[in-house]
Design a binder for this molecule. Structure first.
Ligand SMILES: CC(C)(COP(=O)(O)OP(=O)(O)OC[C@H]1O[C@@H](n2cnc3c(N)ncnc32)[C@H](O)[C@@H]1OP(=O)(O)O)[C@@H](O)C(=O)NCCC(=O)NCCS
Length: 193
């Protein structure tokens, strides 16, 4: 995966997330989802986790301003026997209001999903099926999944290739093995820091 790639129609480009970008990402997410965004169910699903550097990215405009962000997190689905299946939880994804409609989110998603496909671990997210459907996300496999907080079932989406199935029922949550903050661990295909 190249480090810097073009995105969008007007000179935006994608790059890996660096520590110096984190404050800007938080501001962008506040703008996109509201200051109370941490109350959302998706935050409970990534609690205690660090995002994966490989499956996340930011977008900068032609002046170097941060205009987009996508983060992916290690999660797991625990079936009723207690067996955990690793998953990637994709999101949040956000683009600055003045740069929407240029294809920046699509470019970030394509990049993240390429990295995720390399791990062989399926991706899940909570989002609008109209937007994520073209990337292969559907609610077909998630009908009996449980989450720690209320959610809209038709927006709980998984992306599976033809050969894959996922447990149903199961409980979705953060990865069952906590990753040390600032450290690095490789776990069942996840490689996170
Ligand atoms: C959703 C978001 C990331 C899209 O970013 P973007 O860079 O404008 O997206 P793209 O340019 O790649 O795609 C734009 C297309 O997606 C469509 N689209 C955007 N949000 C959509 C949604 N929620 N449902 C369906 N379609 C959507 C647009 O209408 C547009 O369609 P068009 O190409 O036919 O004109 C951006 O609107 C945003 O930050 N929204 C606020 C945060 C948010 O809702 N994040 C997603 C949470 S699920």
């Amino acid at each position: 995966m190249a480090n810097i790639i073009a995105a969008g129609a007007h000179g935006a480009h994608l790059a890996p997330i660096e520590p110096v970008n984190l404050a800007g990402i938080e501001r962008l997410l506040d703008l996109a989802f509201g200051a109370d965004r941490q109350r959302r169910t998706a935050y409970r699903l990534r609690e205690g986790m660090d995002f994966s550097a490989e499956a996340s990215c930011v977008a900068f405009d032609e002046h170097g301003a941060l205009v987009g962000s996508l983060q992916s997190w290690p999660a797991s689905l625990v079936d009723d026997d207690g067996t955990a299946t690793p998953l990637w939880l994709v999101g949040p994804i956000a683009v600055s209001p003045e740069r929407r409609g240029e294809g920046i989110a699509r470019a970030m998603l394509r990049r993240a999903l390429t990295a995720i496909d390399d791990t062989g671990i399926p991706a899940v997210l909570i989002g609008d099926p109209e937007y994520y459907g073209p990337f292969g996300f559907t609610a077909e496999a998630t009908g009996e999944w449980r989450l720690p907080r209320p959610f809209e079932r038709h927006r709980l989406l998984a992306r599976l290739d033809d050969k894959r199935t996922l447990p149903a029922p199961g409980k979705l949550g953060p990865a069952t093995l906590r990753l040390p903050r600032g450290g690095q661990i490789v776990l069942g295909g996840w490689s996170c820091r």
